[in-house]
Design a protein around this ligand. Structure first.
Ligand code: SAM
Ligand code: SF4
Ligand code: SF4
Length: 338
């Protein structure tokens, strides 16, 4: 299919697609799927509701024809979905797609890294919020220590995958880990990205007071390290990056709360059951799965996506106020895909 460029109401092109392949997870991170809300009785999506790999591949091709260059696989925990390398292999063959990434809690990377790499995956983002076993076990809600994740990082690197580390920082929970994580990642030559705790969903009890901002983290880092800005890689890059002076190692910040970046947001999201979301904070999904299952042709699906993107006017983080916090219909991160 020839590539077209479609723009939304604020002239933002559609460049990125995040695909949540599963809403389940083997962790219960407090800030994402708190154990008391996602208990044994929680009703996750049945298998029949999930997009099949063939459906994901078909949609991915259509998105790429509409200008998408990057796809990120996420969840829930994407590596819990059976045969993930099979999906990666299908996506890696799509002409015009320049990048496929995967965000994972890392636990299954020792088992799957080599096959993922062979299938065409280039890089993974591994989430790790602390190096302290007890604290990490408390945060992930499953008492899993750091070793399985560290093993996952090592396996991914040994398989030749690029690795970045994601750390969500929540005040009073893991701010004590800001410097130890920096030190560890710097020594290992890993790019660490500090993520501001966000008000996604309605189960994580988010309060502005719990957010440690990029500025605060940067000030802490500056007491220990000399940092210099690294240029943004491309329009729409989310992370603000710095380099430890005299090294090639970078550190990044995802400033979703304190310095929003909606004006250059080119991301769309497909939930595990095929609902298309135009913003992490816009709870109104568009049902692409049933449209497709009811027999829509590629052209019809394409037109529908164009219509949705042309009508997009989301800029939630730019507009975040006490009122929007109260009134918005929110969608859980584990469902929509982080
Ligand atoms: N399970 C995988 C993982 O944890 O990497 C992928 C899905 S997870 C929803 C994707 C990313 O979102 C993770 O890096 C996670 O730390 C981040 N995340 C989840 N809830 C968040 C929140 N409330 N604020 C900021 N980041 C969050
Ligand atoms: Fe699972 Fe990732 Fe959410 Fe943690 S952040 S509960 S690992 S989906
Ligand atoms: Fe994009 Fe929505 Fe986040 Fe703004 S709030 S950066 S529009 S996902």
């Amino acid at each position: 299919m020839p590539k077209s460029i479609i723009k939304d109401k604020f002239n933002r092109p559609l460049r990125d697609l995040r695909i949540s392949v599963i809403d389940r997870c083997n962790f219960r991170c407090q800030y994402c799927m708190p154990a008391d809300q996602f208990g044994p009785d929680f009703e996750f999506l049945p298998k029949s509701a999930l997009l099949s790999y063939e459906e994901i591949e078909r949609l991915a091709k259509i998105f790429v024809s509409l200008g998408v260059e990057k796809i990120r696989l996420t969840g829930g925990e994407p590596l819990l979905r059976k045969d993930m390398p099979v999906l990666v292999e299908k996506l890696a063959k799509i002409e015009g797609l320049s990048d496929i990434g995967l965000t994972t809690n890392g636990v299954l990377l020792p088992k799957l890294s080599a096959d993922l790499k062979k299938a065409g995956l280039k890089r993974v983002n591994v989430s790790l919020d602390s190096l302290n076993d007890e604290l990490f076990g408390k945060i992930n809600g499953r008492n899993v220590g750091t070793q399985p994740v560290l093993d996952g990082i090592r396996a991914a690197r040994e398989a030749g995958l690029g690795v970045k580390v994601n750390m969500v920082v929540k005040k009073g929970l893991n701010d004590s880990e800001i410097i130890p994580m920096a030190e560890f990642c710097k020594n290992e030559g890993l790019q660490l990205r500090y993520i501001e705790f966000m008000d996604v969903g309605s189960t994580n009890g988010w309060k502005m007071d719990d957010v440690i901002t990029k500025k605060q983290i940067y000030e802490m880092l500056k007491k220990h390290y000399e940092l210099e800005p690294a240029d943004a890689d491309y329009f729409g890059e989310v992370a603000k990056r710095y380099r430890y002076k005299g090294t090639d190692v970078q550190v990044g910040f995802i400033t979703s709360v304190s310095e929003s970046f909606c004006s250059s947001c080119t991301r769309s999201r497909l939930s595990a059951n095929g609902q298309l979301f135009t913003c992490l904070f816009n709870g109104n999904g568009h049902d692409i799965r049933n449209f497709m299952r009811n027999g829509a042709t590629d052209e019809e699906i394409s037109s529908r996506i164009i219509g949705i993107w042309n009508g997009r006017d989301d800029r939630y983080s730019d507009e975040r106020t006490a009122e929007t916090l109260k009134n918005r219909k929110k969608i859980e991160m584990s469902y929509i895909g982080g």
